[in-house]
Design a protein around this ligand. Structure first.
Ligand SMILES: [Mg+2]
Length: 361
């Protein structure tokens, strides 16, 4: 099955409300789609996203580098193609723009493989159709006041979500503590409450707040400081008992391996659209498994269910429904769980109006 054409589109998709954490503020995400055509008449669909910056650069990388590099390649050779994309951009890429573009291509190739074999992605990857527990992030933004947080947390509990995450990084420790306490009181002891600092602190701040969060019994403490500071994470992880979750800002198996070797984290959150697609995501999940670490991926709740259903060390999928409206038949949600699609390939097709409605200007 030879690749005859690769094309892409850039979409600008509203989140539906203001989103804030300690580091970001956004009302739109960008989506770069990728369509791979073959000489067998089958097309594969893939995509990647940004939180508002970099979409044009990703599309340019996809169109000007990978679309040309892969013409005539055998679309079924996903490992070989991934390695060629990685080596072909190593001097100018590694993590970031290039791995985002690689992800869109790689996902499209897995979609093609599934369509060619008439098999859903989770089956291709050796997984099962099991229900994956969801935890809610979409109700815990940093600008929400305590009343809004409590109302969202109660709603998450009523919808039977398996956890609720709130953003931390208020000016004072007392404010963060108060917000966690009201959420915990609202949802009761059974529902895990996670906190996410989005890399806001240095090591001293990460430790000071982390001790307080630990005393409150939070389920995990996410991105306490800049993701590039692996040694700082090692010290924080060694000093605290609360599990440290990282991965949304880590881009390659090599970086993840360093985190694991140094025991600098406890839960990995690799994001399929940031690490270069399904091929690399599965490599990182395997590394985590070897090191006794669980995987709870960041965002992309439309594609991650099939991946988490295909590994023995998966934990949750993160409920943030911004991309859901793009797809004809997004993954089924019931009782706080989400199911991998049963349609061949990744099981995600864009709504016919999505391309026009959200086309970036
Ligand atoms: Mg996060």
């Amino acid at each position: 099955m030879r690749i005859t054409r690769i094309s892409s589109d850039l979409l600008n998709v509203p989140t539906g409300k203001l989103i804030t954490d300690s580091t970001h503020s956004l009302e739109n995400v960008e989506v770069v789609t990728c369509n791979v055509e073959t000489d067998q008449g089958l097309d594969g669909f893939g995509f990647t996203y940004t939180i508002g910056t970099g979409g044009y650069a990703i599309k340019a990388a996809l169109d000007s580098i990978f679309a040309k590099m892969l013409l005539g390649s055998n679309a079924e050779e996903t490992d070989e193609i991934w390695a060629r994309m990685w080596k072909g951009t190593h001097a100018v890429g590694r993590g970031g723009i290039t791995t985002h573009a690689m992800a869109a291509v790689d996902i499209a190739l897995w979609d093609l493989k599934g369509k060619a074999l008439d098999m859903p992605l989770y089956k291709l990857l050796g997984g099962s159709s099991k229900a994956i527990p969801l935890y809610d992030t979409n109700g815990g933004w940093l600008h929400y006041n305590e009343e809004e947080l409590v109302s969202a947390a109660v709603e998450a509990a009523e919808r039977k979500f398996h956890g609720f995450k709130l953003k931390v990084g208020k000016k004072t420790l007392a404010e963060d503590v108060a917000r966690i306490k009201v959420v915990q009181a609202a949802v009761g002891k059974k529902m895990p409450v996670m906190v996410d600092a989005n890399q806001v602190w240095g090591k001293r701040g990460a430790l000071e707040r982390g001790r307080a969060f630990q005393d409150l019994g939070v389920y995990w403490y996410e991105e306490p400081m800049i993701a590039d500071d692996i040694w700082g994470h090692k010290e924080v992880a060694a000093s605290l008992d609360v599990p440290i979750a990282v991965g949304e800002t880590i881009f390659t198996r090599h970086e993840f391996e360093n985190y694991l070797k140094l025991k600098a984290c406890d839960i990995l959150q690799q994001d399929v659209c940031r690490v270069g697609g399904i091929t690399e995501w599965m490599e990182i999940a395997k590394l985590a498994e070897i090191n006794g670490v669980k995987v709870s991926p960041h965002f992309v709740m439309d594609l991650h269910p099939a991946l988490v259903a295909s590994i023995p060390n998966g934990l949750f999928v993160e409920y943030i429904p911004w991309l859901r409206k793009l797809f004809k038949d997004p993954p089924r949600i019931a009782d706080g769980t989400i199911f991998p699609p049963e349609a061949p390939g990744i099981g995600l097709d864009l709504n016919t109006e999505s391309l026009e409605k959200y086309a970036a200007q």
